[in-house]
Ligand binder design. Structure first.
Ligand code: LLP
Length: 428
């Protein structure tokens, strides 16, 4: 469920008309709904409540400080994957004991930063990293809390670029080697193995992988305890899918049903690292049509948002619903099925201004003919939109606005030309 809807053929976010926001803040513009953000966070907290979970919002998904602050203020912890994300989480008001530090390539400096911030645990992904962390902890006369990340070697379940738990990815310890590695640090004075972590991939539209992963996890936890490690946490990562096309995603409850029994069997406290589930459908990208043209037998809508604003279609061939912000009455207000023929539309490519043929938000998409100056909405852009945006072609990164009820405020101003060169200016 989200809080983007049409009233009299005008798109609203909660009680604010989107054209108002586009006029006030300009385009391209990311617009987020606070009610949607909190609704999704609450859904997870409630579905998993029997396991007293620490729901660690995955900062990589959308690290905007105001969004992180909202998460911290509503009981979420944080999953961070770099020193930069740790900085964001702390700036947003997170306490170290609600932060898990993940990532396959942490530097010594990042480990020190994590230890100094008293993070709840480091998700460790290789033997080499484990011993490096031991050294860093030793140099600080500390004992580092660790969750070993296991790659449970499950069948493929999502896009090859984001499937992290098939055999042969760079992520985690091979399931066959976890115990061997763990054995080497039994009684280590500067490392304490307190958890088992896995992240299966993203986005996942079925509960089955979680069932299989969790079962393998319970088995490993038993063995780790036999080795003498006091395992207290089972971290099942993130990856819960959302509705990009229509109603294809599962509710939080469906994932809880397969994960909770394993948590109970393990006697652990549950940690989750959801990102997309919370923020994906809480954000949209608003763009303005610059031109339309026909070329090589195709029709193009050229608008002011490009791959530098939302790279998912280019990178993963991902599908995002796109529809006019103010559709006229020759088309449905909002189609039920964006992949079926839609009355009043023709097939068009929605592209941006970036100098690459890969710069598109949609290909062969049923849309009405658009006029210069009209607004388009790209839905489900809250996750991995702004977070993966760039200054490619020296384009300025978009502004971000947070709506709550009938009020709105800027949570990131649009960049300026001087922002573009700020880090270089002093070096000329
Ligand atoms: N935990 C770990 C260890 C992760 O690697 C990720 C995502 C998450 C949690 C959060 O996953 P989520 O709940 O958001 O699905 N850029 C891609 C997705 C990459 C996911 C990377 N890891 C996309 O736009 O689809």
């Amino acid at each position: 469920m989200d809080h983007f809807h049409y009233r009299n053929r005008v798109l609203y976010c909660e009680d604010v008309a989107i054209p108002e926001l586009a006029n006030q803040y300009g385009t391209p513009l990311f617009v987020y709904s606070q009610a949607t953000l909190l609704h999704h966070l609450t859904q997870l907290q409630q579905a998993f409540a029997p396991a007293d979970p620490i729901v660690c919002y995955s900062v990589k998904t959308n690290g905007n400080l105001s969004i992180c602050k909202l998460m911290a203020g509503n009981g979420a912890g944080f999953d961070v994957t770099s020193g930069g994300e740790l900085y964001r989480a702390l700036r947003a008001g997170a306490k170290g004991d609600h932060i898990v530090f993940a990532g396959v390539g942490k530097t010594d400096e990042e480990m020190r930063y994590g230890l100094n911030s008293n993070v709840l645990m480091f998700n460790v992904e290789s033997e080499a990293e484990l011993f490096a962390l031991g050294e860093v902890a030793k140099s600080m006369d500390r004992r580092a809390p660790v969750a070993l990340r296991v790659n449970p070697a499950l069948p493929p379940k999502t896009h090859v670029k984001t499937d992290t738990s098939v055999k042969g990815t760079k992520f985690g310890l091979d399931i066959d080697s976890v115990l061997e590695v763990a054995q080497k640090v039994v009684g280590h004075p500067h490392l304490e193995i307190i958890g088992l972590h896995m992240h299966l991939g993203s986005p996942i539209l079925s509960a089955q992988p979680y069932r299989e992963g969790a079962e393998k996890g319970v088995h490993l936890i038993e063995k780790l305890r036999q080795q003498g490690h006091a395992i207290r946490f089972l971290n099942m990562g993130g990856g819960f899918g959302i509705h990009y096309r229509k109603q294809e995603a599962l509710p939080a409850q469906a994932f809880a049903e397969v994960i909770l029994p394993a948590v109970k069997a393990s006697g652990c406290r549950l940690v989750l690292e959801p990102g997309r589930f919370i923020v994906g459908n809480a954000g949209v990208l608003i763009s303005r049509v610059l031109y339309t043209k026909e070329s090589g037998g195709r029709r193009f809508i050229i608008q002011d948002a490009g791959m530098n604003d939302l790279i998912r279609p280019t990178l993963y061939d991902s599908f995002h619903r796109i529809w006019p912000v103010v559709p006229d009455d020759s088309v449905p207000v909002m189609p039920d099925d964006f992949e079926a023929p839609i009355v009043g539309t023709v097939y068009q490519d929605v592209v941006g201004p970036v100098c690459e043929s890969g710069d598109f938000l949609a290909k062969e998409r049923a849309l009405p003919l658009m006029k210069r100056g009209e607004l388009l909405c790209t839905f489900s852009a809250g996750a991995y939109g702004m977070a993966m945006s760039s200054n490619y072609n020296s384009r300025l990164r978009a502004a971000e606005v947070l709506v709550t009820g009938d009020t709105h405020r800027l949570i990131r101003r649009r960049e300026t030309f001087s922002d573009l060169v700020a880090a270089e200016e002093a070096c000329i």
